[in-house]
Design a binder for this molecule. Sequence first.
Ligand code: ADE
Ligand code: ZN
Length: 333
Amino acid sequence: MNRLELIRALPKAELHVHIEGTFEPELMFAIAQRNKIAIPYKSVEEVKQAYNFHNLQSFLDIYYAGAAVLIHEQDFYDLAWAYFEKCAEDRVVHTEMFFDPQTHTDRGVAFSTVINGLQKACDDAKAKLGISSHLIMCFLRHLSEEAAFATLEQALPYKDQIIAVGLDSSEVGHPPSKFERVFAKAREAGFLVVAHAGEEGPAAYVWEALDLLKVNRIDHGVRSEEDLALMQRLIAEKMPLTVCPLSNLKLCVVDDMQQHNIRRLLQQGVHVTVNSDDPSYFGGYMNDNFIAIAEALDLSNEELKQLAINSFEASFITDTEKEQWINQIRALV
Ligand code: ADE
Ligand code: ZN
C-alpha cells in the first residue's frame, strides 16, 4: 500500500474539530437564504476570497459572522450532517466535536435548539454511517468567567449528551487561569476537560491548562516545544496534543508545512494526533491534513499508523473500543 492509500484506509478519530468551522460556503448561502438573513457576500467565490486570514483573530471575526445564519434546529442538524458525510469519505470512524453555545445563545438561539440539532445528526451518523461521536462544549475565552458559569448551568440538563467542556476563541490575553473556577465546577459535575493552549499563546498557557484546569488533553499545544521541562512533562504523562496542521499553516503559527513540528514531537514521544480544526476555512478535512504533513515531512507508513493509533488512544471512547480500532490499524499492511 502506498502512502496515499494508507492514509485513506486508516480508521481515524477526530478529536479537534469545531462544528461551526465545518460550515461550507454553499451550505451557508442555502441556510442564509431560507432564514432570510443577509450576508455580506454575493457568491461562494467572494466568501472564499474573504478567507485570507493572517492570525487567529482575523479568522475568528469571519467564523463568528458565518455562524450567525444558524437559527433553527434543522440548521444545526444540516451543519453537522454535512461534516459527518466528510468523515465517511475520510474514514473518520469516531469524532469528538466542539460546539460554541455562546456564539448562538448570545444571538437569542436557545441552548436546546443547538444541542438537539447536533444530537440528532450524531444519532443519524451512528445509524446510517456507523460513525460514533461525542460532543464537547467550549467556553469562549474572550467572554467573562460569569458568562462561562451561566453556560455551564445551561449545559447541566444535557450532561449525558456532553462528554467534556473545552476552551476556545482568542487565546492571547485570556489565559486558562481566567477559567480555573469554572473548570473546577465542570469537573465536579462529571465533565471531562480539554482546553486550547499553546496555539498562539505561550507554553506558560499549557502549564496553566495542565495545573489549573487539570485537562485530559491539550488542543494544539504546538508551542510546548519552546519549553523543555514542559515537553518532559507531556511525554511523562502521555498527555495528548490535538494538532491541526492546515490550521497552523493558515493562521501563520508556522510559515510553511516543512517547518511544522508534529514529526519532531512524535519522534520525541509526545502523544500527538492529527485534526482539521475548522476544515471549511483552513483548506481541508482529516485526510487533507494527513496528506499535507505526510508530503511536507516525508512521514513513513509506520509514523502515519502511529498517528492514527494515537487518535484512538487519546479519544474518550471505551478501552474495548480503542483496542478494536487499534487492532484494525495494526493489521493494515
Ligand atoms: N475556534 C474555532 N477555531 C479555533 C481555533 N483554532 N483556536 C481557537 N478558537 C477557535
Ligand atoms: Zn480549535
